[in-house]
Design a protein around this ligand. Sequence first.
Ligand code: ATP
Length: 363
Amino acid sequence: KRRIAVMTSGGDAPGMNGAVRAIVRMAIHYDCEAYAVYEGYDGLVQGGDMIKEMKWEDVRGFLGEGGTLIGTARCMSFYERPGRLTAAKNMILKGIDALIICGGDGSLTGADKFRAEWPSLLEELVNTNQLTAQDCQPFQHLNIVGLVGSIDNDLSMTDATIGCYSSLARICEAIDSVDTTATSHQRAFVIEVMGRHCGWLALMAGVSTGADYIFIPENPPSENWQDEMCEVVKRHRAKGKRKTIVIVAEGAHDQNLTKISPTMVKDLLSQKAGLDTRVTTLGHVQRGGTPCAYDRMLATLQGVEAVKAVLEATPETPSPVICMVENKIERRPLLEAVAQTKKVAEAIEAKDFQTAMKLRDAE
Ligand code: ATP
């Protein structure tokens, strides 16, 4: 029987468990054996009990659970060839030659690198007498399929990443709570949300809650933003608004890439706009809790497609990443999606914000 493993890696995101459940059950449905690698690449490098067979009932209840029940980690040793060599050995010892990874762009890059190196890793394992040629013979090709689990919605080529809508819903709930107290006291609140190179959460939360002003990395404000923001806020107040909400993405900066911090914005609102202002940093609350219906659906459909992609793969097929494109589940070349994602960060670093925005618009 074919053995297919699933792993979650990088930052956790609500919906990852739904993906694990779908992959395990779909693999069993197709008469394969399903395995889970615990604690991300750490588990692959440690091997043994960290790579466990999963039966149908082992993923019962997974769909509605937040975070990742099989654990996730950042694994330093997988960046180096010796770590990947041990990981390859552990996979062969378990008879696994297909790995579905749910993680961010780093995790997917690592996976594709692993696949490219696989034949030479096998050769080294045989040459160093760690495995025999016979051990390796049935596992000549490594199949890799990616699913994007990230609350930031920061991967190109997919409309949504697993977790982003749960996080957005949580942010909106939190801002609604802040709203009531802000309105009561006629206060201003500066809310920091996650998103290093990607302002999707900040932008969508701003639209969804009717915020007064937002700061996102891809589209920094004009040089005169301090005055501009205060004018906008004062204009809204003049129209009768009793509260002010400004959302700052954690990666927000000005045109010179100087960080725009929530404290900086708070001081401006207090001193220039004369508002009683507080800062609320939502932090890991945004990552936690149960996945919303959309993320459960996305994770399930993508998990099903990932198993199909494994079973249809040939050695020539580039590793795919499973995407949502205009409401349809589609496969895209994993490396192209990662390269396109990196271009946004590079454009921001080069202060080419027009390109950064164009690339985001094209997604
Ligand atoms: P997030 O978006 O939450 O940061 P991510 O998957 O991008 O998720 P990373 O910390 O970049 O998070 O990667 C997770 C793990 O994937 C790393 O700890 C490492 O083990 C592996 N990894 C990442 N990039 C590479 C790479 N270039 N080569 C080998 N392994 C990598």
